[in-house]
Design a protein around this ligand. Structure first.
Ligand code: ADP
Ligand code: ZN
Length: 813
């Protein structure tokens, strides 16, 4: 008997699966991993079938699955397993974890449907009788009229088209004149028909006539489904043949959105045709051996900046493809998908799909299904692409593996790199993490033998590493007595580049004009009204802004605390640096690249493109400019306020500073011109700065590892944080106290519990925040403790949003 019940995961913050019955009309093969539309409370939701269920206890309460959404399961067994692991490891609700793996559903849209009540009908008559008075009543009349028109759905999509319609509908609902419910609407797209052979292996070719056999052959040859027109062409048959095959149950067809192909990459891009040098070849041949072994293996590719890691990646992908496997390349940010995507596309053509969160839903859905169908065998993408539905996965590459951008800061709070390793394990694939400055975690894993270490110790063609000079700002001030936003040394170095006609980059990791506004009379500094953080001055917009919640206000004349007019801007941001340089070098072409000047991918590319073409002399930017890109003519990189991160209450502060400086140093002198880096700091003797200047990764690792061991931080202990937050401080305190009691018993099991203490950002978006840090060398204990907390919160009905669990947190802020 076919299974009659299914466990469905729904994207709700509840930690259980939901049981539904499977109606007989739904084909029962291939149900696991399928997306389904199910009734939930008083609406329809999209969930994924995670398992079959036993006969449920409360039979009469079980509802039916309404509809299956895709012709094939969206999630493969391995992906389903990966989603379950995410849920377990990161203590995230199963529904939300699996939801993170699913493709977007651009053709379904949730809207409110309004219905007229009796009092509403009366009110409508009244309005018509006496005529509406004022704009609000006019809008109300239009809305009521629409809702009255029988036979048609009247939805929020329609109220949005009426001027003042949405607000009017809200008022009418409150007055009991309208009721509403959620409905799912199907959006119409231009679609194309896709055809797939059913049960590819099982049905025999013998019983088929000649034309049908050609269809089967064409579909099998393509390795997956085909668009109808393409199939007709390849099999040399007419539509009728396909229709007959469908009726006979040999093929399935479905509609997919059709979007004109657009190529975001410059079509005239010609990839460099490099022959691997000895170090690159050695690394590649090891990776080949792992691929040949055909089982899980993790490797760390530690290669200095400019050592040609990309070339090794490309050759490794080629090796994986040659074995009939697929490959996945992860990069830490969207801007780098362009860069990496361009290289991979140039080498492998249309078999490449690019996946990242900034793609419009429709385009992302198309790419996703292209991958799922096996049309695309290589995926380049950001964090969430770790879930790309590639089958027969042979190789996962994680570029710049140390980047904290791989950590998702929403539920499920997974780490893309660690998830990649787990996925490779599930798939029996090879995972290679690449970096010039590996995270402490990964390098420790390489030391302990968990990962195999591959090294590229020299730059290609033995180009020298850039010369790094540390500028002691105390010294600079003593010598020049100038209170300029950049040191005299940097100013002169820029002048020299302008003279020589080469380019310079100035890196400053702060947006805005000044960091905050201080009252010299009472010492108060202007804080955000919603957050315990200083407001940043933005000169071009003439206002103070909170970089956390978006709060903004005019710059006050006087201090709000003491009413004196001694307000003073402290610290220099990117905007101020740019202004200063324009002032110093009026003839130079200067541009700024940060989130204030570029908002879109196109703007970003435009500025970088202009810089690459030499149309800009000096580029000022935040860390956006520090990564990945290759500029031949940059001979100077200046780092302003290099030590900014060191003051943060974050155990990764030194590591982040070291990484940033090394990455930046890697930007200079990548072409044939030698490069120089100037690093400005007030702490020239700090080991992170000293060792970054020497570009001594191993030295830094040893020193930092020593501190981490002593202070019980990762990678030498498992770490999790629990954040408790609420707008009412009493709640936050009460819940923290309660969780303290829950966590207490774990003390004797070898887990250190720190807190509850005020979180480093003790107030954010009007919420008060307290924090626990849990540390233990035994990961199992950590899992148990967190599970106990969650169980307690559920039993006590503490809202899910009030307690945030973060396993392996990237930052403790
Ligand atoms: P990394 O990512 O390690 O910092 P890239 O992969 O960006 O370095 O390579 C740096 C530069 O070296 C690129 O311009 C690339 O084309 C070039 N390159 C890579 N391999 C070779 C090689 N074997 N011979 C010459 N140039 C190479
Ligand atoms: Zn704020």
């Amino acid at each position: 008997m076919p299974p009659r019940y299914a466990e469905v995961a729904l994207p709700v913050p509840l930690r259980s699966l939901f049981t539904y019955s499977i109606p007989a009309r739904l084909d029962s093969e291939d149900l696991i991993g399928r997306r389904a539309l199910v009734p939930f409370r008083n609406r329809k939701m999209i969930g994924v079938i995670a398992a079959f269920a036993e006969n449920p206890l409360e039979l009469e309460r079980v509802k039916e699955i309404s509809e299956l959404l895709d012709p094939i399961p969206a999630l493969t067994p391995n992906l389903l397993e990966l989603g379950k692991w995410i849920s377990r490891y990161y203590i995230a609700p199963i529904g939300e974890s699996l939801n993170a793996l699913l493709p977007p559903q651009p053709d379904l849209r949730q809207e409110r449907e309004y219905k007229l009540t009796e009092t509403g009908a009366e009110y409508l008559e009244e309005l018509v009788a006496r005529g509406p008075a004022g704009e609000k009543e006019v809008a109300a009349l239009a809305v009521l009229d629409g809702a009255k028109a029988a036979g048609k759905q009247f939805t929020s999509a329609r109220t949005r088209k009426i001027s003042g319609g949405e607000a009017a509908a809200d008022r009418l609902v409150r007055a009991g004149r309208l009721t509403w419910s959620d409905v799912l609407l199907r959006r119409k797209f231009r679609t194309q028909k896709i055809v797939a052979w059913k049960n590819a292996g099982r049905s025999s070719a013998a019983a088929l006539d000649e034309k049908s056999a050609r269809v089967r052959e064409a579909l099998i040859e393509s390795g997956g489904p085909l668009q109808l027109p393409l199939l007709l062409e390849r099999a040399r048959v007419t539509k009728r043949v396909i229709e007959k095959l469908e009726t006979a149950g040999h093929v399935v067809t479905w509609e997919e959105p059709l979007i004109p192909e657009d190529d975001p990459w410059e079509s005239d891009y010609v990839p460099p045709n490099n022959i691997l040098n000895a170090e690159q070849s050695a690394a590649l041949s090891e990776i080949r051996d792992w691929l040949d072994a055909g089982k899980f293996q993790a490797g760390l590719l530690h290669g200095v900046t400019g050592s040609g890691k990309t070339e090794v990646y490309l050759s490794a992908i080629e090796a994986a493809l040659a074995k009939g496997k697929s490959a996945l390349v992860l990069v830490p940010e969207i801007a780098l998908t362009l860069w990496m995507g361009r290289h991979v596309r140039a080498r492998f053509g249309p078999r490449v799909a690019v996946l990242h969160s900034a793609l419009p839903d429709q385009e992302r859905a198309r790419e996703w299904w292209r991958v799922r169908r096996g049309d695309a065998r290589i995926v380049v993408g950001t964090r969430s692409a770790v879930f790309a539905p590639l089958q027969n996965l042979g190789l996962i590459l994680v570029d710049e593996e140390q980047e904290t951008a791989y950590k998702q800061e929403d539920i499920p709070r997974y780490h893309g790199r660690d998830t990649a390793i787990y996925r490779a394990r599930l798939e029996g694939a090879v995972a290679v993490l690449g970096s010039a400055t590996p995270s402490l975690e990964s390098y420790q894993n390489a030391r302990s033998g968990k990962y195999k270490l591959l090294e590229l110790k020299t730059r290609v063609e033995n180009r020298p590493l850039a010369k790094v000079t540390v500028v002691d700002l105390r010294e600079d001030f003593r010598t020049h007595h100038k209170a300029a936003p950049v040191s005299e040394a940097l100013r002169r170095a820029i002048a020299a580049r302008l003279e020589a006609g080469t380019q310079a980059m100035v890196l400053i990791n702060r947006r805005g004009y000044s960091w905050f506004l201080l009252c010299r009379s009472c010492g108060a500094y202007l804080q955000c009204r919603n957050c315990s953080i200083g407001l940043t001055f933005h000169k071009s917009r003439q206002r103070l802004e909170c970089h956390y919640c978006g709060f903004a206000m005019r710059v006050p004349k006087a201090c709000p605390k003491c009413a004196k007019e001694y307000l003073y801007f402290v610290g220099e941001g990117a905007e101020r640096i740019e202004e200063y340089l324009r002032d110093q070098f009026p003839k130079a072409r200067i541009a700024r690249l940060d989130r204030d000047t570029v908002r879109t991918k196109q703007q970003f590319q435009k500025v970088l493109g202009a810089f690459a073409k030499g149309e800009i002399d000096v580029l000022v930017g935040t860390q956006m400019v520090a990564k990945g890109h290759d500029f031949e003519r940059v001979t100077l990189v200046g780092v302003v306020a290099a030590d900014l991160a060191l003051g943060r209450p974050d155990f990764r502060a030194a590591e982040k500073t070291f990484q940033l400086l090394t990455q930046v140093a890697g930007r200079a002198g990548r072409g044939r011109l030698p490069g120089e880096v100037l690093v400005e700091t007030y702490y020239p003797e700090h080991y992170a700065i000293e060792l970054a200047a020497k570009q001594d990764y191993i030295g830094f690792f040893e020193k930092e590892a020593h501190f981490r061991r002593m202070l019980h931080y990762p990678p030498y202990t498992a770490l999790a944080s629990i954040l408790i937050r609420d707008k009412k401080i009493e709640h936050a305190i009460q819940w923290s106290r309660a969780l303290e009691a829950v966590l207490k018993p774990f003390d004797s099991l070898g887990m250190k519990v720190l807190g509850p203490a005020a979180a480093p950002l003790s107030r954010l978006r009007q919420e008060f925040r307290f924090q626990f840090l849990l540390k233990t060398p035994k990961r199992a204990i950590l899992g148990q403790a967190l599970a106990a907390c969650i169980k307690y919160c559920e039993a006590q009905k503490i809202p899910e949003t009030a307690v945030l669990v973060d396993v392996d947190p990237a930052s403790l802020m």
